[in-house]
Design a protein around this ligand. Sequence first.
Ligand code: AMP
Length: 115
Amino acid sequence: MAMADCIFCKIASGETRARIVYEDGDTLAFSDLNPQAPTHVLIIPRRHITGLSSAVEEDGELLGKLQLTAVKTAKLLKVEDAFRLVTNNGRGAGQSVNHLHYHLLAGRKMLWPPG
Ligand code: AMP
């Protein structure tokens, strides 16, 4: 169910605009407002899940779809040979929006460890 004050739920419903790169019935990919790489896209489920640690057994298929959406998006943007997919789970790990999202980053050298 959509959460009234969730910015990503609003993007999923179309209430808030975003530059959408790919969408299907369950998932959405749109450009990050504050890009940290030449390609920086957020991959989200349409359905509100607060973060990865809130996912339950029944979300397994959806979690798989999110990764497949990331690959489809990477192919659309022609970065499938070199990209990073990351989720920040919890405030302490840098999560600022409490709707599960994966960052798809590409187009520059990726450092490791990520910091
Ligand atoms: P995180 O800090 O891991 O929770 O990532 C949240 C990301 O959402 C940040 O990279 C923000 O730049 C991005 N963001 C926040 N609001 C919007 C928005 N309305 N449209 C696109 N990206 C957004």
